[in-house]
Write a protein that binds this ligand. Structure first.
Ligand code: PAF
Length: 285
């Protein structure tokens, strides 16, 4: 596995891959790698791409400084995991190259409207500006590629897709399914910050989603079922919503068909998110 830190070398590496007839598979991460990230590496390998993974804890997407300071950093384990899963090139870009002005604001920010509004943005103002700006920079440096993201961050995938389409990046965005523990909890780097009792309560998110996935219902019944299941488990609900899976607009009671249920909860001060499919049936007028 090749290890790089400089932007110039990373750009050259990707250019050489393409000149040799290969396709670059970009897997952007913030480290603290787990089996969810490993599944993205595997997915990129199965697609036959030359896998370029990045580890960069992007300070611009944290609205809360304490969250940034406590974000897990496990670089040695990350490198071992990347190697085990056949990553061809691991890039750990330096902060002073990625954001030369940091901690001052950048002159240029990529700001996506519509899909980026609501849901995560309510509790994390500016979060998606940080995500879109860093992903735009990663895609610009990498050049034409297939870019892999986890479906657990459903709104993030929608934001990246909108940005890639609107700004004409030469990237194909692939969303890979959420990887779960045996008790249903979605893998997340944040799970390791949960206490044992918090970890037990975290099962409420996937349980709530499994419940609404089973029985077609109206949008307001889905919302109430999600919220009740989470509150009964004693977790603080940030949101429990059902939305159009592409535009992410809130679904109404007059709608039927396939939609997406999204939940966010705060447990032990840790913000956890999850999502799953749901079938709506319009409520009788
Ligand atoms: O999902 C993440 O880990 C981050 O938001 C990403 C896409 C690597 C951008 O920093």
């Amino acid at each position: 596995m090749k290890s790089l830190t400089s932007i110039e070398e990373w750009r050259d590496y990707c250019e050489r891959v393409r000149r040799a007839g290969g396709r670059v598979g970009l897997v952007p991460t913030m480290g603290a790698l787990h089996d969810g990230h490993a599944s993205l590496f595997d997915c990129a390998r199965r697609d036959g791409t030359v896998v370029v993974a990045t580890i960069f804890v992007n300070p611009r997407q944290f609205s809360d400084d304490a969250d940034l300071q406590t974000y897990p950093r496990t670089l040695d384990d990350d490198r071992a995991m990347a190697r085990r899963h056949g990553v061809d090139c691991l890039v750990e870009p330096r902060l002073d190259e990625m954001w030369p002005d940091y901690p001052l604001p950048t002159a240029t920010t990529v700001s996506v409207r519509g899909v980026a509004d609501g849901l995560e943005s309510v509790g994390r103002p500016g979060h998606f500006d940080g995500v879109a700006s860093v992903v735009a920079k990663l895609l610009t440096i990498t050049g034409p590629c297939v870019a892999y993201f986890g479906e657990k961050d459903f709104q993030q995938v929608a934001v990246v897709r909108a940005m890639v389409r609107d700004l004409g990046f030469a990237a194909t965005v692939v969303a890979c399914p959420t990887i779960r523990e045996s008790d249903g909890v979605a893998l997340s780097s944040r799970n390791r910050r949960l206490s044992p009792s918090g970890r037990a309560r975290a099962t409420a998110l996937s349980r709530a989603l499994a419940q609404v996935a089973q029985v077609p219902a109206s949008a307001s019944v889905v919302r109430a079922t999600l919220r009740d299941t989470l509150e009964d488990a004693g977790v603080m609900v940030a949101y429990a919503d059902v939305v159009d899976p592409v535009r992410l607009t809130a679904s109404g009671d007059d709608e039927s068909g396939e939609r997406r249920a999204l939940v966010a909860a705060i447990i032990d001060g840790v913000r956890l998110i999850d999502n799953g499919p749901v079938t709506l049936v319009a409520r009788e007028a």
